[in-house]
Design a protein around this ligand. Structure first.
Ligand code: ZN
Length: 234
């Protein structure tokens, strides 16, 4: 028995029997009484709709619950616990994306397919729209090929074909530069400069990964060749 049960991941090994009605889906899906208002009751996840409570929601809780309910309904009001594991995770992912769209600009599958997006995709995360024709973004492949682009953020640059693309993100407040690279270019990165996590509807949907571009960034493509990305700074 674990003495300190911070939250319940109902699809994990330590499955406990839900007894309480979830305020989001109105089904019996909660292990702890939500009225208790202690850490575990306010950190648990509903086995039916997948809503995960969070003590940090505070006064936003009602809105969060409402948005999750809408997302859950929109995705078919599927009782997650009735589904086999793989289907459950897939369905859960759908709800997360649907819910996320309440707060963020998320790309549709069609937009991802066509590489179309609004600038908001970047700016909502604090990446500014910037361009400077006197500065260059350069890419060099170990096979000798070279590319040079005028500095521009939030824009796709292509290396010869549609699978090999990248974008530059600039975060002026922290004086940081980011490289967003397509799946093709993100087989491997050198060193430890890959950022963990992702942005829903953005990475890994459009881009395979994102990296620091404060210094040279070296990525390996699916062709097993190394690509060296560099930025001329101000
Ligand atoms: Zn629920």
């Amino acid at each position: 028995m674990k003495p300190d049960l911070h939250f319940i991941w109902p699809w994990g090994e330590n499955k406990l029997e839900p007894k309480y009605v979830c305020p989001v889906c109105s089904q019996v899906g909660l292990v702890f009484n939500p009225e208790d208002n202690d850490l575990r009751s306010s950190s648990q996840m509903c086995v039916c709709c997948g809503f995960r409570d969070n003590p940090n929601f505070g006064k936003d809780r009602l809105e969060r619950e409402k948005n999750w309910r809408e997302a859950w309904l929109k995705c078919g009001a599927v009782k997650l616990y009735e589904k086999p594991d793989k289907e459950k995770r897939e369905q859960y992912r759908r709800i997360v994306y649907e819910d996320y769209a309440n707060y963020r600009y998320v790309l549709t599958d069609e937009q991802i397919e066509k590489h179309e997006f609004d600038d908001v995709l970047f700016t909502q995360y604090g990446f500014v729209n910037n361009s400077d024709s006197s500065r260059k973004v350069t890419v060099r492949c170990e096979d000798g090929r070279n590319w040079q682009f005028e500095y521009k953020t939030n824009t796709l640059f292509y290396l010869d074909d549609v699978d090999k693309f990248f974008a530059v993100g600039e975060e002026p407040e922290r004086d940081r530069y980011y490289l967003f690279a397509s799946e093709y270019l993100t087989k491997k990165s050198s060193g430890d400069r890959q950022y963990r996590g992702g942005f829903i509807g953005f990475v890994p949907d459009l881009f395979g990964g994102f990296y620091s571009l404060d210094d040279e960034c070296v990525l390996t493509g699916l062709d097993d060749k190394k690509y060296y990305f560099n930025l001329e700074k101000e």
